[in-house]
Design a protein around this ligand. Structure first.
Ligand code: ATP
Length: 441
């Protein structure tokens, strides 16, 4: 973990919040590369689970909600951790400590204006269930997805971004008709298993090694008061197997609670059975920051190349913060630099592309390896020729692949097609590279 923490700071992924003032307890700031990685994780999740499914819609609810939401959900009464508070070294009496951050709405700090920063995004979905149903005319089963910040006044935060006080969640509430049967079983149970499999497959698809991920079935005494069954996806973090995300069957608990406390009906009309029913809910709930930490840890490799240590982040190309780096072999040749800038400008419209000329080429490659950039494009003397000697260039550049370090020589005119295959279509490097001559490493 220390190695990752130091790399994150050195290369601009993650900084401690308010560091110049000594830091804020367990809050983290995402730097230039961190914000790209984080956005990529969220974008890919949203694309796969919202845009590419017919049974899902999105939502972005506000962080501050009516305080009754937290009474109904049980957070005011149950979202506590036992803590012991002591003064001058004596251990005080254990007491229950609510993990929600309290604040005041409006100018007067009085009991009537108390409100809370949401400790999970889920409740924003439940209270909007009827709004979404009425505005989209959905039939069960369907889901509502949301990505957003959540806040918990954790007593023992730590392990870098694994447990912090301000974090982000990617949550789905998937509503099913409990009277339906799917795969010969009650719909909620069948959908629960489907979601467990989908979530596990998603994390391995974007880079986590299958052997670093396992399921943990909550025992009866571990289950939350609302859950019929909960399965956690665990990742083998450096401190041991720990929760990456949870997938819970929350039954009809939340909708019934909000109906009871708000006095509004939160049901769905089953046309077939001609009855109003309260759907059951399957909730896959993942933390963006924990996912990011797991992707970072799994991508990290130290290798030996020609007697030297090479650090490489083998990110899935869709997650990599920078997709392409354009590098000049000689920065004192204006034609080379101009060609680089032109390429960067054109490529970055589709794939985040960076230009760097602050070191020799070997160093530049290593720097990109260390931040997980899958491809480097190098412009050299042969590309541009030598106008003074009347030599024209061949208009070809070198593409270097991060993991194999193989290099191929590709006409500039082909770059858009080559990168569309590699970065958009997911075509393997080995397949794309066979069409071009190898360049020397
Ligand atoms: P834990 O037992 O680790 O505190 P939890 O079971 O309370 O987690 P949930 O309430 O199920 O967590 O929240 C869903 C997901 O949100 C977690 O799996 C995790 O990825 C993320 N998450 C929860 N609390 C934090 C936190 N303090 N910091 C970072 N991520 C968090």
């Amino acid at each position: 973990m220390d190695v990752i923490v130091s790399l994150c700071k050195r290369r601009g992924f993650i900084f401690q919040s308010s560091e110049i003032y000594g830091g804020t307890g367990s809050c983290w700031d995402y730097g230039p590369l961190g914000v790209e990685l984080r956005n990529n994780i969220k974008r890919v999740w949203w694309r796969d689970f919202v845009h590419q499914r017919d049974d899902m819609v999105g939502l972005d609810a506000s962080i501050l909600m009516h305080p009754m939401v937290w009474k109904a959900s049980g957070h005011l009464d149950h979202f506590t951790d036992p803590t012991s508070c002591g003064k001058k070294g004596t251990i005080g009496e254990a007491r229950k400590f609510n993990l929600m951050f309290k604040t005041f709405m409006g100018p007067v700090e009085e009991d009537a204006s108390v409100t809370y920063l949401r400790p999970e995004t889920a409740q924003g979905i439940f209270v909007n269930f009827d709004n979404v149903l009425q505005s989209t005319r959905r039939k069960l089963p369907f889901g509502i997805a949301q990505i957003g910040k959540a806040f918990r006044n954790e007593i023992t935060p730590g392990n870098f971004i694994f447990r912090s006080r301000e974090f982000e969640q990617m949550e789905i509430e998937f509503f099913v008709n409990p009277h339906d049967r799917v795969d010969g079983r009650p719909a909620d149970e069948a959908w629960h298993d489907r979601w467990i499999a989908e979530c596990q497959a998603w994390f391995t698809r974007y880079g986590l090694a299958a052997e670093h991920v396992k399921l943990h079935e909550h025992a009866r005494d571990e289950l939350a008061h609302y859950a019929k069954r909960t399965v956690d996806l665990l990742y083998e973090f450096p401190m041991g197997w720990s929760e990456l995300m949870g997938i819970a069957n929350r039954t009809d608990f939340d909708l019934k609670q909000h109906a009871k406390f708000s006095g509004k009906s939160l049901t769905w009309f089953d046309e077939e059975r001609k009855e109003h029913l309260v759907p059951f809910v399957i909730e896959p709930s993942a933390g963006v920051d924990r996912a990011l930490l797991a992707f970072l840890l799994d991508a990290y490799r130290e290798e030996e190349v020609r007697g030297e240590k090479r650090v490489v982040l083998r990110f899935h190309p869709e997650l990599a913060p920078i997709k392409i780096a354009v590098l000049p072999l000689l920065k004192k040749r204006p034609e080379i630099v101009a060609t680089c800038h032109d390429l960067r400008h054109r490529l970055t419209r589709r794939w985040l592309t960076l230009y760097d000329d602050t070191a020799a080429i070997g160093r530049l490659y290593r720097r990109q390896d260390e931040v997980g950039t899958p491809y480097c494009v190098t412009v050299d003397v042969k590309t541009v020729g030598d106008p003074e000697k009347g030599e024209t260039g061949d208009g070809k550049v070198t593409i270097r692949e991060r993991d194999t370090m193989q290099q191929i020589r590709v006409p500039i005119a082909d770059l858009a097609t080559v990168f569309a295959r590699l970065l958009d279509a997911g075509t393997a490097w080995s397949e794309v590279a066979t069409a071009y001559p190898r360049a020397e490493g």
